[in-house]
Write a protein that binds this ligand. Structure first.
Ligand code: ASP
Length: 302
């Protein structure tokens, strides 16, 4: 298992661009392009935080930037199902309020993460949903004026998608010590139409609670769902584990259910842990003093 951890100096965020083999990243130029897209997403989100934005703003902006790049298995770059169609899933969760929103098997929004944020704004206490599927999600996105998706091709940018990796996610902590998480994916390459993985399932691929931790996962979604992965990390922290230990144990639970993958996590005090048991995971983090991105092995700082 590759492992990186540390403490963010004040507000900051971590992102991932999927776990897998990254067999489509064949040359240093491919890796450089992917790294540049990650750095651009970190920069956009960091600016949001530096302007006084919330952790939720930062997580959403980072994920939207990766969707916009078309280089990841999310939004326009999404993988295709067996019918050659794109079906997108996304979720957001705000640790400050406990509000969460998600969409699945959706096709309208170019930025599924923004559609998920719209769902999060529909108060569940007054009858609003937490998870909206397919046509319902599309109708909400269209009526809110979100731009329509123009698919960039199943392996847009020539990276990640075809390897089954390339899901994107972000976790952030803001100046007030609030945390948030966001995840967006086109699912698995060649998946059965209607198949939905862990990414939009609150407590599986996405979770945030100011009492504990923000989590965004990537990998074989079925095993992450069966392990209750993201909420398992939270539960282990509540039992006294530190965030490193919690992520190790939760990924072990995924492995026991036949899955591989990784996760990014951050606590309200800025302690973070990144882990994956695949050959590679695109990931990076940024705070006031560091900007680090990596794909395989140990991430390098700048
Ligand atoms: N977890 C995502 C899913 O199962 C895919 C991935 O992260 O690569 O839909």
């Amino acid at each position: 298992m590759t492992h990186e951890s540390g403490v963010l100096a004040g507000p900051g965020l971590l992102i991932h661009g999927g776990a897998g083999s990254f067999s489509n990243v064949r040359s240093p130029a491919d890796a450089e392009r992917l790294g540049a897209a990650m750095e651009a997403a970190l920069a956009v989100a960091w600016e949001a935080l530096a302007r006084g934005g919330t952790a939720l703003d930062a997580a959403v902006e980072a994920v939207a930037a990766m969707e916009d790049s078309g280089m990841f298995n999310a939004g326009p770059g999404s993988a295709r199902n067996t019918r050659g169609q794109i079906e997108t899933d996304a979720a957001v969760m705000d640790g400050a309020t406990g509000a969460a929103g998600a969409i699945c098997a959706a096709t309208w929004a170019a930025n599924p993460v923004r559609a998920a944020r719209l769902v999060a704004a529909l108060d569940h206490r007054t009858g609003g949903p937490v998870l909206l599927a397919a046509g319902g999600a599309d109708q909400l996105a269209e009526s809110a004026g979100l731009p329509r998706m123009r698919p960039a091709g199943s392996v847009a940018g020539g990276v990640a998608g075809g390897s089954g990796a390339g899901t994107v996610g972000a976790v952030a902590v803001d100046a007030a010590g609030h945390v948030a998480a966001a995840t967006s994916t086109g699912g698995r390459e060649g998946q059965r139409p209607g198949r939905v993985g862990d990414s939009p399932i609150i407590g599986a691929g996405t979770w945030a609670d100011d009492a504990t931790v923000a989590v965004s996962a990537t990998g074989i979604g079925e095993a992450f769902m069966l392990a209750g992965f993201a909420h398992r990390v939270d539960w282990l922290l509540r039992g006294g584990a530190d965030v490193d230990r919690a992520v190790i144990d939760a990924l072990t639970a995924v492995a026991e259910r036949g899955g591989t993958g990784g996760a990014i996590t951050v606590t309200p005090s800025g302690r973070f842990a990144v882990r994956f048991d695949t050959r590679a995971m695109a990931r990076g983090w940024r705070d006031a003093s560091t900007c680090t991105v990596g794909i395989a092995g140990i991430a390098g700082g700048q």
